[in-house]
Design a protein around this ligand. Structure first.
Ligand code: ZN
Length: 172
């Protein structure tokens, strides 16, 4: 397992559309292990493969609260089958947009289907934080970051802030 570099906006790779994985094999499991390590180290609650530069439809997530036992979830080739008509706001953040948070409205529930770590098909409704996180991560697979749901003004301001912080980090 290894910790990989997380790409940040406005890196053009984050705009790439990811592709389905032909099968859940050991290479994909190795990728998911690395992604989980990278996410825990950040720390964050969700990570899409494109955030470490791999344009594949693979997501890892862990929604366990502080002090709770780890509960990793793995999603390969996820698809949304149905969305709730009701939208709810959530103050979102993203490892590719460090230290920026803003409210995004998304459907309250999402029915999803995906392959798990063992390549088994799972179909279920995601609700609450799970619904927010899976929709946020699945946006990444289409080259969309949460800033794209905000106004251009807010988006430009956020990207400027991230760039400035990266420059400071590189200089220190
Ligand atoms: Zn994100």
């Amino acid at each position: 397992m290894a910790i990989r570099e997380i790409l940040t906006v406005p890196n053009p790779i984050l705009k790439k559309v990811s592709q389905d994985v032909p099968e859940v094999n050991d290479n994909i499991r190795k990728l998911m292990d690395d992604m989980l390590d990278t996410m825990y180290a950040a720390p964050g609650i969700g990570l899409a493969a494109i955030q470490i530069g791999e344009p594949l439809n693979v997501i890892v997530m862990d929604l366990a609260g502080e002090g709770e036992e780890k509960a990793p979830r793995y999603f390969v080739n996820p698809e949304i089958l149905e969305l709730d008509d009701e939208f709810v706001p959530y103050n979102e953040g993203c490892l590719s947009v460090p230290d920026i948070f803003d409210e995004v409205d998304r459907p309250k529930r999402a029915k999803i289907t995906y392959l798990n770590y063992d390549g088994e098909r799972v179909t279920e409704w995601a609700e609450g934080l799970y619904a927010v996180c899976i929709q946020h991560e699945m946006d990444h697979l289409k080259g969309i970051v949460f800033l794209d749901h905000l106004s251009k003004l807010k988006r430009d301001r956020a990207i400027k802030k991230v760039r400035k912080a990266e420059k400071l980090k590189a200089a220190s």
